[in-house]
Design a protein around this ligand. Structure first.
Ligand code: SAM
Ligand code: DTB
Ligand code: SF4
Length: 352
C-alpha cells in the first residue's frame, strides 16, 4: 500500500494501521444486489446494530471528520445532470452565474479559514465536464500543493481525467479525488445523458492507478428505486480496493433544475442508506453530505449512529446552503462525539 492510499485510511480503534485479520475479512468484493437490498431492508434496530458493530471494529468510534467544501469554478457546465444547479442546460432557470476559476491565493485563504474553524479536509469542486491541460489545471495543482502545505487533506472534484492528469494530481500530493457514481448503472441514463456510467468507472480506475485515494458515492431522492440505491452501493463495494471515502448526498432540489419538485428524502431512508454503506464498505469513511440542511438534528445524529463519520462543514456546499458551523459543533458535542483533530488527521495522513 503506498503513502497516498494510506492517507485516507482511518486508523482503527487500536491505532495500528490498516485492517487486520478478521477486520480484513469484512471487506468483501462479491456482493450481490439482493444481499445489499436485504441489508437495506433489515429491521432498523438490526441494521444500525450491524453497522455500529462494523464501525467500531474499523474506526475510532466517537470521532467525526470535518471536511470543508469550496466551489473553485462555478456554473456553465456542459453536462446535463438533472440534479445540478451548475449545468449550463438549466442556467436560465436556476440563475447560477458562471464564475471563472478562483485565484490560487484566494483559495488558500479559504483553506486557512476552514482549518482555523476546525476542518481537517479541504475539498475543491469545479463545474467541469473534464480537465483540460493548461493554465487552469496548473493552478489547480498549485492549490493542491498549497492545501497540503497547510496540513490539510486535499480533495478535488474536476470531472473526467486522463491518466496523465491523474498522475500529475498524485504528484502534487492530492489526498483524494471525488467522482461520484451518483446512482445505479440502470438509472444513470434517466439523470445524465452527456456521459455514461462507464465513463465514471473509467475515471475512477485512472485515479486508483495514480495512487490517489477515491471518494465516490451518490445521491438519493432522484426518483430511483431501492434496488437502484443498492446497486450503486454494490458497484462501489465491489471495487477492489473500495473507495476510501463514500459521500451520501440527499438530493437538494434546486429551483430551475429538472428535479426541483422531487419529494424530500425520507429521514429513515437516509439512515438506511448510510448504515448499508457502512456495512458493505466497513473501512471507508462514510460522509453525510448534501441535504443535511433539511434534516433534523436527531436525523443527523441517527446517521452518525448508523456509521457516518464525516460531514461537510462550512456554511456553503458548492452553490447551496449548508448547516451553521456553530450548530454543527454543538450537535457533535451534545451527542458526546469528538471532532477529528488535526493531529489525528495528520497521523492518518503522513505516518505509516
Ligand atoms: N463536475 C464534477 C462532477 O460532476 O464530477 C464535480 C462537481 S459535481 C457538482 C459533484 C457532485 O455534487 C455530483 O456528483 C453530485 O453527487 C453532487 N451534487 C450536485 N448537485 C447536487 C444536488 N442538487 N443535490 C445533491 N448532490 C448534488
Ligand atoms: C459530494 O458528494 N457532494 C458535494 C461534493 N461531493 C463535491 C457537492 C454537493 C453539492 C450540492 C449542491 C450545490 O451546493 O451546488
Ligand atoms: Fe457539471 Fe458536475 Fe454539475 Fe454534472 S454534477 S452538471 S458534471 S458540475
Amino acid at each position: 500500500m503506498n503513502e497516498q492510499m494510506q492517507s485516507e485510511q482511518t486508523p482503527p480503534a487500536n491505532g495500528s494501521g490498516g485492517p487486520k485479520g478478521s477486520a480484513k475479512a469484512d471487506l468483501r468484493h462479491d456482493w450481490s444486489a439482493q444481499e445489499v437490498v436485504d441489508i437495506m431492508g433489515l429491521p432498523l434496530t438490526e441494521l444500525i446494530f450491524r453497522a455500529q458493530e462494523l464501525h467500531r471494529k474499523h474506526h475510532p468510534e466517537n470521532t467525526v471528520q470535518l471536511a470543508s467544501l469550496l466551489s473553485i469554478k462555478t456554473g456553465a457546465c456542459p453536462e446535463d445532470c438533472k440534479y445540478c444547479p451548475q449545468s449550463a442546460h438549466y442556467a436560465k432557470a436556476t440563475g447560477v452565474d458562471r464564475q471563472a476559476l478562483m485565484d490560487v491565493g484566494d483559495v488558500l485563504e479559504k483553506a486557512e479559514q476552514a482549518r482555523a474553524a476546525g476542518a481537517t479536509r479541504f475539498c475543491m469542486g469545479a463545474a467541469w465536464r473534464e480537465v483540460r491541460d493548461g493554465p487552469d489545471f496548473d493552478a489547480v495543482l498549485e492549490m493542491v500543493r498549497g492545501v497540503k502545505a497547510l496540513g490539510l487533506e486535499a480533495c478535488v472534484t474536476l470531472g473526467m481525467l486522463s491518466q496523465d492528469q491523474a498522475d500529475r494530481l498524485a504528484e502534487a500530493g492530492l489526498t483524494a479525488y471525488n467522482h461520484n457514481l451518483d446512482t445505479s448503472p440502470e438509472f444513470y441514463g434517466e439523470i445524465i445523458s452527456t456521459r455514461t456510467f462507464q465513463d465514471r468507472l473509467d475515471t475512477l480506475a485512472r485515479v486508483r492507478q495514480s495512487g490517489v485515494t477515491l471518494c465516490s458515492g451518490g445521491i438519493i431522492g432522484m426518483g430511483e428505486s431501492e434496488l437502484d440505491r443498492a446497486r450503486m452501493l454494490q458497484v462501489l463495494a465491489n471495487l477492489d480496493p473500495q473507495p476510501e471515502s463514500v459521500p451520501i448526498n440527499a438530493l437538494v432540489p434546486v429551483p430551475g433544475t429538472p428535479l426541483a419538485n422531487r419529494a424530500p428524502v425520507d429521514a429513515i431512508d437516509m439512515v438506511r442508506m448510510v448504515a448499508t454503506a457502512r456495512i458493505v464498505m466497513p473501512s471507508s469513511r462514510v460522509r453525510l453530505s448534501a441535504g443535511r440542511h433539511d434534516f433534523s438534528r436527531e436525523t443527523q445524529i441517527l446517521c452518525l449512529l448508523a456509521g457516518a463519520n464525516s460531514i461537510f462543514y462550512g456554511e456553503k456546499l458548492l452553490t447551496t446552503a449548508n448547516n451553521d458551523t456553530d450548530e454543527d459543533l454543538a450537535m457533535i458535542s451534545e451527542a458526546g462525539l469528538e471532532v477529528e483533530s488535526h493531529s489525528k488527521a495528520a497521523r492518518g495522513a503522513d505516518s505509516a
